[in-house]
Design a protein around this ligand. Structure first.
Ligand SMILES: [Cu+2]
Length: 345
């Protein structure tokens, strides 16, 4: 195969540079129809806090018959999914429904999806038919791209080397996005508690819970999520309330004390809803279990569809007793998204 690929590459050079092209015109096109391209799904910072939720690159031009192998290099999982026209977007557990084996072909007529891919896994899809195909990730709604499949013999605009460079550039751009300087878990959590929030204060302490951005190229949407509680250690007095607010436009998080629930989506039964729509629970002891469920932004609006309802982006807990209360985001604790509330008398 390597030999064929290099023949294909040199064919292009030949056409461009010499009359020898006439001689190789007779070379059967099918021989050149088997190139395998490489791309990645996702990229991350060293501490895994920043996740680029993007196909890198998110736009490629290939020939019918070529394949693409996607590799996932991140602690955050992804799928590589090709839905068919007008298909309702399924969740990552449902898939097409179902998932395909690596090496599957996608020609636009039948949905193809990888199962959730963990760090280090890869997956190859073959593209036998000319067309422009949207690629998406069933975990991340603002992660999309396009594969342009051209007729064999058409000149391709870019090489693998170009795509490698483009992917690296795009990843570094996405991962350099600033959330907030003081944030990301090494910030101002040692504010003078009693100056700002004296024991008799009713003020609610806010913990920014993730932040992110959505961006785009000509191929589709990319997003970056900072998977952190921005003030991971917070000190309050008994009787005070902490409020966690999701600042990410795309990614849900949870605030979970005690036992992890089977289903992470709904809140635990001891969570109530305040009049302003925020979720609220009371914790009396470090042995209590409380789970926020997904605190998530409402999806982006699309003309012609019913507007999305307001979704809970705030979760409050009132702590009645002194103690140390560790907690996690059940979706992203593997990336280091954990925190602690220290309640003083
Ligand atoms: Cu999270």
């Amino acid at each position: 195969m390597k030999l064929l690929q290099s023949v294909c590459r040199s064919l292009v050079t030949c056409f461009a540079t010499s009359f020898l092209g006439l001689a190789v015109l007779a070379f059967p096109a099918a021989l050149c129809a088997q190139q395998t391209w490489h791309a990645t799904a996702g990229s991350q910072s060293k501490d895994m806090a920043r996740q680029a939720l993007a196909f890198l690159p998110n736009e490629m031009w290939i020939h019918a018959g070529d394949s693409i192998t996607w590799t996932v290099p991140t602690g955050e999982p992804h799928t590589v999914t090709f839905l068919v026209a007008n298909q309702v977007r399924p969740d990552f557990q449902t898939g097409c429904p179902g998932f395909s084996p690596s090496g599957v072909s996608f020609d636009g007529s039948t949905c193809v999806s990888t199962p959730p891919l963990a760090q280090g896994q890869n997956f190859t899809i073959n593209f036998p038919a000319v067309g422009n195909y949207k690629v998406s990730c069933l975990f991340h709604p603002d992660m999309a791209g396009v594969i342009h499949v051209l007729t064999p013999g058409e000149r391709l605009p870019y090489t693998q080397k170009f795509y490698d460079g483009e992917a690296a550039k795009q990843a570094s751009l996405l991962l350099s996005v600033r959330g907030d300087d003081e944030h990301e878990g090494k910030g101002h959590h040692d504010l003078d508690l009693d100056d700002m929030f004296p024991a008799n204060s009713n003020a609610t302490r806010e913990v920014v819970t993730g932040m992110g951005i959505i961006s785009a190229t000509g191929g589709g949407s990319d997003s970056t999520s900072v998977m952190r509680f921005m003030d991971p250690v917070i000190r309050i007095h008994a009787g005070q309330t902490v409020e966690w607010t999701n600042f990410d436009p795309s990614t849900p998080h949870t605030v979970t004390f005690g036992t992890e629930p089977q289903n992470p989506i709904p809140p635990s039964s001891n969570v109530t809803v305040d009049e302003d729509g925020a979720l609220h629970a009371i914790i009396n002891s470090p042995a209590d279990s409380v789970h926020s469920g997904f605190i998530a932004p409402a999806p982006q609006e699309r003309t012609g569809l019913p507007q999305a309802p307001i979704s809970p982006t705030r979760f409050r807990i009132t702590f009645t007793h002194a103690g140390v209360y560790p907690y996690i985001c059940v979706l992203h604790d593997n990336l280091g998204m954990v925190g602690k509330v220290i309640v003083q008398p």
